[in-house]
Design a protein around this ligand. Structure first.
Ligand SMILES: [Zn+2]
Length: 203
């Protein structure tokens, strides 16, 4: 679950050349004025879309707070925006994640949970693995009583090509520890998720 770096990373120039090849393949003239800067823009976009490969998600969770009195209830961060890319078609997966854990002594800053989601989202993914990686990392590093991750997302490889099914979303979940073993805890999580959102006055 560490960051995986390809064995030989091409140069930026080689990456830009690959974009020119794809432009030509699509039927374009990469030398056309409007497209001259496109390869460098695309490669810079890739720096952002796939910055997750440069991040070690486990390190994000290294700093925890142990003085949480006797807080022993579910911590839930919901509606975390997901921006990922399907590894089969290299097109966006857009959705949201809900991340919950039941702390055992240690809690982590909530922004760190969102950053773990980003660290795994900003890679080529399939939704099932993305869901499992987020849950497994939280569960391994924080050692809580349980971890739950639910992701709901739309896949552009399904909405804009192939079967063309806009509006279809895919839901995946990974339940570990008490969320898997204890149906009361799982039910409590689901009822927390079903509550209406706070609305703008709190956000
Ligand atoms: Zn796909």
């Amino acid at each position: 679950m560490t960051t995986s770096v390809p064995p030989s990373r091409p140069s930026r120039e080689e990456a830009e050349e690959a974009v020119r090849v794809l432009l030509s393949w699509a039927g374009e003239d990469p030398q056309r004025e409007g497209l001259l800067d496109t390869p460098s823009r695309v490669v810079r976009s890739y720096d952002e879309f796939f910055e997750g490969y440069q991040i070690n998600p486990e390190e994000l969770l290294a700093r925890t707070f142990s003085e949480v009195e006797d807080y022993d209830e579910i911590v839930l961060l919901r509606d975390i925006r997901i921006e990922s890319h399907c590894e089969h078609h290299m097109v966006p997966i857009i959705g949201r994640a809900h991340v919950a854990y039941l702390p055992r002594r240690r809690v982590v800053g909530i922004s760190k949970l969102a950053r773990v989601v980003d660290a795994y989202s900003r890679r080529f993914q399939i939704q099932e693995r993305l869901t499992a990686q987020i849950a497994n990392t939280i569960n391994t590093v924080l050692e809580p009583y349980g971890t739950a991750v639910i992701i709901e997302a739309g896949h552009q490889c399904m909405t804009t090509r192939g079967v063309h099914r806009p509006g279809v979303s895919m839901v995946t979940s990974r339940m570990l520890g008490v969320f898997r073993e204890n149906s009361d805890t799982r039910r409590e999580l689901l009822s927390m998720l079903n509550r209406p959102a706070l609305g703008d006055q709190f956000t």
